[in-house]
Design a protein around this ligand. Structure first.
Ligand SMILES: [Zn+2]
Ligand SMILES: [Zn+2]
Length: 306
């Protein structure tokens, strides 16, 4: 028997999305917010006429009640949840927002992943494909997410936000249309759009990692193999482990000196606050500033008191 009183609080983080028509996003959102508030959940939830996308944290019982509630709704009965164990909340607040599209992705194509999208591969099949000759591995996230960790051999897209992908792909991948393309992203939702776009653009052999990187890292068979570094996540943890094999490399590099590091810090200039990778000596030397200019800034939270 475990002593419940002395064991640390057990919380869960849930990550989920589902493309399904929601007729009244405003009404759905208001009800949904109420449910989350009652359960004491925190996080970010997006509601659109074409689906639901969210990540929340809360006590285990509350998260279970939330999943049961959604699964009782026929629209979400088959929506998969990725579940992580954490010691406490990983969000400060609850945000439930209505958006016109679930994922912002500027393109002239009408994309509907429920109708046409890249083929979903299980972690095992994806792991096998990663090692096949001639495949192109495309990271479906932004450049700073790539820099903390990625699949070995993947292309680093030079995009600072997801909506920049269409232009980037047209400029940099036009000669790869007949190659097998493997895409991946954190939880899977971005690849639904990305691969749908690539098919519309004439790519012929496009695959996406089902359930995203976080699911791949939990798979008992592949154990995150061929992933290097960590996976960037959009909550207070910032980075999570994916590769649980012995064959894992650190790929993050200090923004200042280039030394291997997986430490993200926020710039101490309050008017910048830019998140950047920094080794410990550089953090001290730079007073946790991302640049020499920020070190001189009037609203520097470390230096200004001196
Ligand atoms: Zn450094
Ligand atoms: Zn800065």
């Amino acid at each position: 028997m475990t002593d419940v009183a002395s064991s640390p609080a057990v919380y869960h983080v849930l990550l989920y999305y589902h493309f399904v028509p929601i007729d009244d996003p405003e009404g759905f959102s208001a009800e949904h917010r109420q449910l989350c508030e009652q359960l004491g959940l925190r996080g970010r939830i997006l509601v659109a006429s074409n689906g639901l996308n969210g990540t929340v944290s809360g006590p285990v019982d509350a998260c279970s009640a939330y999943m049961r509630s959604l699964q009782a709704d026929p629209r979400f009965s088959d929506m998969p949840f990725k579940v992580d164990v954490v010691p406490g909340h990983v969000f400060q607040k609850l945000f439930v927002r209505v958006k016109s599209e679930l994922v912002t992705f500027r393109t002239d194509h009408q994309l509907d992943p429920r109708r046409r999208t890249g083929r979903h591969l299980s972690p095992q099949d994806y792991h096998a494909m990663l090692q096949r000759e001639g495949v192109v591995i495309l990271d479906g996230r932004t450049d700073y997410e790539f820099d903390l960790g990625h699949f070995r051999g993947a292309i680093r897209p030079e995009v600072a936000s997801f909506r920049e992908f269409p232009d980037w792909i047209r400029e940099h991948m036009a000669d790869l249309k007949d190659r097998p393309i493997l895409t991946y992203c954190t939880g899977g939702i971005r690849c639904e759009l990305l691969t749908a776009f690539m098919l519309e653009e004439g790519f012929t052999d496009v695959y996406q990692l089902d359930g995203g990187i976080v699911t791949y890292g939990k798979d008992p068979e592949v154990k995150g193999a061929l992933w290097d570094g960590k996976c960037y996540v959009f909550d207070e943890r910032i980075a999570v482990d994916i590769n649980h094999t012995d064959d894992r490399q650190v790929v993050g590099r200090c923004h200042h000196c280039g030394a291997p590091t997986e430490r993200y810090v926020n710039c101490a200039n309050l008017d910048c606050h830019r998140q950047h990778l920094s080794c410990e000596p550089c953090e001290e030397r730079m007073a946790r500033s991302c640049s020499a200019e920020c070190m001189e800034a009037p609203r520097h939270e470390i230096l200004v008191q001196e």
